[in-house]
Design a protein around this ligand. Structure first.
Ligand SMILES: Cc1cc2nc3c(=O)[nH]c(=O)nc-3n(C[C@H](O)[C@H](O)[C@H](O)COP(=O)(O)OP(=O)(O)OC[C@H]3O[C@@H](n4cnc5c(N)ncnc54)[C@H](O)[C@@H]3O)c2cc1C
Length: 459
């Protein structure tokens, strides 16, 4: 239980209208997009400035009260579940785009701006904000930076960290620091911008983001190829890269996902296919068209059972929608989906998919797999019932085996969703004790009282 005097001081900082304590108001902040994890906070605050955040964190450090920063709460690793109660700090009031600079190819925004909103603001100036998570209409730029979100354009454009130039960050002890800035070249000091990117709200609260933009590609072209097995699709991916093509999009769905998407969206996909490869490229019209045509030819040569190329932008968008709706489509198959995020070196993709299928069958589970074939990032997704405790236990066992397999194949337990509370038990196997001990020392340097998002990274 929080002391009344603590809550009164919080209310003084943010104002009575920006604090919630009623039981019903706390419920939505007990969870994020991760099933099986929930814990109600004691209080939720909605600060309106870095100065208020600094005051809150000073107070929390003094009183040893946990604080969990939260953007849209769309993460898939229980990163915003307040495991020890305390304060959930929601950053969505900090929602202003402060600057789009076509001269410097950058944007400055507050952390609560949605990814899609920043993308649209950049597009209005003929510029591209490249990070493109499937959740972009809801996720925030601050949340994307704190998780180093990836997305559908990762192969060609990289992930969020490749675009973060500078941050304003409030430390748990209340100091406000700036890391990096507007420069593409700046090696003064340790690279704290990179350290805070992906730190999952455990080192500081991001209050301003300076991100790089690119000239908007003239056009995007997309195509889809079908294969008998995902292993065949994996071999085609390897061949595309070997041919020197680095397309903007190279995504796959397995048969379970194809059928789920078709039931959900009725896009006319080939339900008989064992796997689907969605490919796309952007750039000047002729170049983008030539690129997708070459990819289609390679798929054909590598045994595709069929392919189609989108004739116009609207058709391209429909194909991309097939990939984007994979999770909601699978979610309709059962009341609960556990979506995971293992990643392996690209040449091991087909092997990893085969291992996932074998593990799912052995544990008698429905696991559909989709993901970013271009960067070896798979999202095995288990569909089950929340009251079926035996199946949930089998799913935990199965995912443990999937993560161990990913590590054994030279991969990682998370390519883009983060560690949060959900993956923490598996981190030691990947990083080892000495590495974990260093993470803990870094965490202590930033957060000596251990108040910021406890029970997650650095714990
Ligand atoms: C349908 C769906 C599709 C998705 N697709 C993708 C995808 O393609 N790629 C991908 O990478 N992820 C994807 N995700 C996961 C999720 O959207 C990302 O992790 C996203 O970056 C989270 O942003 P958020 O604003 O919701 O952050 P939250 O979930 O609120 O928070 C995530 C983490 O960031 C911290 N945090 C948030 N804001 C701040 C801040 N201002 N300062 C410090 N720490 C902060 C939190 O403490 C937490 O640790 C998807 C999720 C869903 C539901």
């Amino acid at each position: 239980m929080l002391k009344e005097s603590f809550v009164a001081e919080l209310a003084d900082i943010v104002g009575d209208s920006h604090i919630r304590r009623a039981e019903g108001d706390l419920v939505p902040y007990a969870r994020d997009a991760t099933p099986l994890f929930s814990r109600r906070p004691d209080v939720v605050v909605f600060p309106g400035s870095a100065a208020e955040i600094a005051e809150i964190l000073k107070l929390a450090t003094r009183e040893r009260v946990p604080v969990v920063p939260r953007g849209a709460g769309s993460n898939l690793c229980a990163a915003t579940v307040p495991l020890s109660g305390g304060v959930v700090m929601v950053l969505t009031r900090l929602n202003r785009i402060l600057e789009i600079s076509p001269d410097e190819l950058l944007a400055v925004c507050q952390p609560g701006v949605s990814t899609a909103e920043l993308g649209s603001a950049a597009a209005a100036h003929g510029l591209l904000y490249a990070p493109d998570p499937g959740s972009r209409t809801v996720s925030t730029v601050g949340g994307n930076i704190a998780t180093c979100a990836g997305g559908l354009r990762g192969l060609k454009y990289g992930v969020t960290r490749n675009y973060v130039l500078g941050l304003e960050v409030v430390l748990p002890t209340g100091e406000i620091i700036r890391t990096g800035g507007r420069l593409w070249k700046d090696v003064a000091g340790y690279d704290l911008t990179r350290l805070i990117t992906g730190s999952e709200g455990t080192l500081g609260v991001i209050t301003e983001c300076t991100v790089a933009l690119l000239p908007m590609p003239a056009t995007t072209r997309t195509g889809v190829a079908y294969f008998t097995t995902l292993a065949d699709a994996g071999r085609a991916v390897a061949e595309v890269i070997r041919a020197g093509i680095v397309p903007a999009t190279l995504e796959f769905l397995d048969q379970t996902c194809i059928n789920a998407v078709e039931d959900f969206a009725g896009l006319g996909l080939d339900r008989t296919a064992g796997a689907l490869l969605l490919f796309g490229d952007d750039g000047p019209a002729e170049q983008a068209a030539a690129s997708v045509t070459r990819i289609a030819e390679i798929c054909d040569r590598m045994g595709a059972t069929g392919y189609t190329l989108a004739r116009e932008v609207a058709e391209s968008e429909e194909l991309l929608a097939a990939r984007r709706c994979a999770l909601p489509a699978l979610a309709r198959r059962g009341p609960m989906t556990i979506l995971e995020d293992a990643t392996v070196p690209r040449p091991r993709l087909a092997e990893m998919v085969a291992r996932i299928d074998e593990i799912a069958a052995r544990h008698d589970l429905v696991i559909g797999t989709f993901g970013h074939a271009g960067d070896g990032n798979l999202h095995p997704t288990c569909v089950l019932h929340p009251t079926d405790e035996a199946a949930i236990a089998r799913a935990h066992q199965a995912f443990g085996e999937i993560f161990s397999t990913a590590i054994a194949l030279g991969g990682t337990i998370t390519g883009e969703h983060g560690v949060g509370a959900a993956k923490l038990p598996y981190l030691r196997e990947q990083l080892g004790e000495e590495h974990l001990a260093l993470l803990r020392r870094i965490k202590t340097a930033f957060d000596p009282a251990g108040i910021l998002n406890p029970g997650k990274l650095g714990s």
